[in-house]
Design a protein around this ligand. Sequence first.
Ligand code: BLA
Length: 520
Amino acid sequence: YALNVPVDLTNCEKEPIHIPGRIQPHGVLLAFSPAPEFRILQCSRNASEHLGVRPEELLNRPLLSLLGEAQTAMIAAEAARAAGDPYKLRYMDVRLPADYIERSFCGILHESDGLLILELEPSQPDEAGSPNDFEWIQTFFGQLKQADNRVEASRIAAEQIKLMLGYDRVMIYEFDAAWNGKVIAEAKAAHMEPFLGHQYPASDIPKQARALYLRNWLRTIVDVHYEPVDLVPALRPDNGQPLNLSLSTLRSVSPMHIEYLQNMGVGATVTISLIHNNELWGLITCHHETKKYVPHRVRNLCNFLGEFFSRELYQRQQLDNYEAELRLKSLSTRIASIFIGEPTPARIMEQLEQEQSALLALMSATGAAVSFNNHLALYGDSPSAQQVIELAAWAKEQAVDHAYHTSRLPLEFPPAAGYKANASGMLYLALSGEHRDFILWFRPEIVHTVEWAGDPAKAVIQAEDGQRISPRKSFEKWLQTVDSSSAPWLDTELRLLPELKAIIFKRTQTQLRQAEELAE
Ligand code: BLA
């Protein structure tokens, strides 16, 4: 088969990564018809190397003639067991009886569109279940229980998985609502550049890849510099279709992604999906500087912990959200209380001055401006007084129900382009029905808030011209997409406005009345 459209940087999401027709060379793939025939229909070309049998000799033969009776019976039992649960990868020790074979294998079996796929990875000398597995799980659970927040729990998980895999770097990578990602926790070898806090654009992990990772929870690239091995024949003889390798552990990886990893100076990877309620919310992404094979037993163990950890983190997130909401409520009360009672306007301005950090924290803002009773006060990184006055006049026209917010101010109000570094995000709240008094909160352009730990170029091996796909290039592309934007205003923040408004309006109405009474 051939792709109709060649894949390049502009159409990454079109690459059919589930049907590459090739595998990684560290194991052999056999695809065979269901019971009772178990007739081998496709195999990988490297059968010669690993099994000592040429692919042409294997094709059309019953599995029985390769594996012998006992092993075939084991496969049949596994196939029957996996039938109701096709997404669970089973693995077993496979020992080939024929004289021409010396190796023993870890066999991983799954079902793929009516065929069975057996993947054989040569056993490692020390593969018999390590006595430390149990101890390790105990440590993992014990430490996780003690962690008192989500970030700390993530860091512990990263440390433990690094230990288990024997890898150089383990990251907990979390997606945002637009599928951009951020490294929220990291365990790494001391000499490595930290990636903690780094952000990456959604296009680094295209849509079809994310869909695949929702089905297949664990992937590994044993050697980023591998030569892919073809399937023989290229298409399924029973239906002329490419073999679906969605759940295969040996599946050859997208050349786009391989290029990315090579440019990043990575030698091997393991990636585990983090899923809650059937949604991919993150990945445990592991890098090794050189090639590295991790036995399936260990990979499976990490996968199991990933599943456990996923649920644990979700619960912690609920708790963190609850605590954050309480914190906002208390900040909101503090600001509102400034207006309660009958304080004079001068007293109000004085109090706001004192509470300016609460005023900023309330809306996670870096700047604010308050206009009250003909006084204008600027806090933090705010545009100038003149700019604030023009901005407020514009915001007044946009306001619905006395409030307005945007996270792309320079695009909606072009004069703001001049001060977008401090104010790409703006939240406006009128303090009286007539909009004479107001509060403006400002958020900086997101580019200035991103922690790309040091120079992004450092996260990359400086290759010659070949560097088409890399975190560096992604970062440049990402810069364009976030130009003139701030972090979004969240529902939890916006929900505070009506109450705040009600309290402050009451105060300003009183003041208005007093002013009128005075005038009479
Ligand atoms: C896949 N890209 C991925 C994966 C990760 C990243 C984690 C999953 C790979 C796996 O499971 O082994 C991205 N890796 C990262 C990031 C970090 C990291 C952000 O370590 C940060 C530390 N990628 C591009 C571009 C294209 C692209 C421009 O940057 C397309 C032209 C494609 N990425 C791409 C594809 C896959 C991928 C197609 C799927 C690979 C596969 O499973 O075959």
